[in-house]
Ligand binder design. Structure first.
Ligand SMILES: *Cc1c(COP(=O)(O)O)cnc(C)c1O
Length: 306
């Protein structure tokens, strides 16, 4: 049995009203570890466990690491997560709660990842946060669930970090005969690696991530996400941190779910009824979730960005 759960698909009265069109929500925030990541990460971890992996290793202090920790506990495998010193106490606590062994190393993700790679033994499996075909195939299952309801959307709205979610959703659309459905790919200013790549028509590496939406903070998107962005089916939208945070607050009131600004980015595009939505009557929003933000964080960001 898969490690993720089948999530609800609901029509949102509040978002439909805000956008002036029908808005369906795929509630990935309800996955046991708080984000869609478990779909792909769960599939990858099961795969490596079957191949004989004795330990799972991650260098993500965010939702990917949490998904690996959850998967490892379910599979009875130890999990080691190496995170940089910038990782919040909250994130480390969540990882330890899931039973992961957390090592803090270096000032940046690059340093933490270097140590994680160095400590890999022949019986370890390294789980990348977004760049692995197993992840995309796992993420695609969320679209299988939508397709099973028969509700074909005119467009899908989702957030983009390294592009694993984008690649997975497009794989899901294709394998359900919905390859013609366009995708609105939302990033925050300051984490816009897909937008930069689409402008340059090649993958670019951002100098720095300056957005508070840390779960979107991949300095470069994966090759697959870039290739898909060149098909004409992906429309890039940028929102501000302020709008992403405001969308989180509004969504908390509307649907009683607390999500990270990374997810607030996609919601902000819909609350703000961005021009990219103009042609569509029935929009599916992937509510990707995120477990590392607290209600207190949300208030602090709101004050800080006002
Ligand atoms: C990982 C993540 C994203 C971005 O997913 P990518 O596959 O890196 O594009 C968006 N939102 C949340 C909450 C995430 O955890």
């Amino acid at each position: 049995m898969a490690l993720h759960i089948a999530t609800p698909l609901i029509e949102s009265a509040s978002l439909s009203q805000a956008a002036g069109r029908s808005v369906l929500l795929k509630l990935e925030a309800l996955q046991p570890c708080g984000s869609f990541k478990l779909r792909g990460v769960g599939l990858a971890c099961e795969h490596y466990a079957r191949l004989g992996a004795k330990r799972l290793v991650s260098s993500s202090g965010g939702n990917a690491g949490l998904a690996v920790a959850y998967a490892g506990r379910q599979l009875g495998l130890p999990v080691a997560v190496v995170v940089p010193a910038t990782t919040s106490e909250r994130a480390k606590e969540l990882l330890r709660q899931e039973g992961a062994e957390v090592t803090v190393h270096g000032a940046s993700w690059f340093d933490a990842n270097t140590l994680a790679q160095d400590m890999l033994t022949g019986t370890d499996a390294f789980i990348h946060p977004f760049d692995n075909p197993l992840l995309w195939t796992g993420h695609a299952s969320m679209i299988d669930e939508v397709a099973a309801t028969g509700h074909k959307p005119d467009a899908v709205v989702l957030s983009v970090g390294g592009g694993g979610l984008l690649a997975g959703v497009m794989e899901g659309l294709a394998r359900n005969g919905w390859a013609d459905v366009p995708v609105i790919a939302v990033e925050t200013h300051g984490a816009a690696s897909l937008h930069a790549a689409m402008q340059a028509r090649e993958r670019v590496t951002l100098d720095a991530i300056t957005s508070i939406a840390t779960s979107l903070g991949a300095r470069q998107v994966c090759e697959q996400a870039f290739a898909l962005s060149q098909t004409g089916l992906v429309h890039s939208v940028l929102v501000s941190d302020q709008d992403a945070v405001a969308a989180c607050s509004r969504f908390l009131d509307d649907h009683r779910l607390l999500v990270e600004p990374a997810c607030g980015a996609a919601l902000a595009a819909v609350y703000g009824n961005v021009p990219a939505l103009a042609a569509f009557n029935k929009v599916l929003v992937i509510v990707c979730g995120g477990a590392t933000a607290t209600a207190d964080n949300l208030q602090q960001w709101t004050r800080l960005l006002a």
